[in-house]
Ligand binder design. Sequence first.
Ligand code: FES
Ligand code: FES
Length: 159
Amino acid sequence: MVRLTINGTPIETDADPEMPLLWLLRDRLDLTGTKYGCGSGLCGACTVLIDGRAVRSCTVPAGTVTGAVVTIEAVADARHGFTPDQARLADRVRRAWIAEQVPQCGYCQPGMVLAALALLAVDPAPTEPAIAAAMTNLCRCGTYDRVRRAIRRAADDRG
Ligand code: FES
Ligand code: FES
């Protein structure tokens, strides 16, 4: 049995508590926006937020999660599971991602967006080194420059 709060909704499933959170999200809850890349905590494709922190869900047994989980599905409408401040930040990040046309194939982008959200929540005006330190997700399409531009744009956007 696993009990979680995901995107603001309490969830109870009979999943094995040892099941990685990533599998629970994708295979049991059909939240397939969270992607599987390496399965080893290296690439960041599976990044979700747990209590606002970016976490690689492939490495976390679902039964050990006590905090509120937010996935990219929540960012899609910036409401579920977010406080009003987080929702405004999610809107800014989404606008910036679109304005900078960040994605190429898109596979890494859910993890990138959530890592950026976690960064901007604690550091609203991150320096280049701070961005580099926080954004360790991998992108096989090489969108790194656009990711950085989008983060700077979101930081500058107070509208
Ligand atoms: S799939 Fe989790 S870090 Fe790569
Ligand atoms: S946009 Fe293709 S892997 Fe990043």
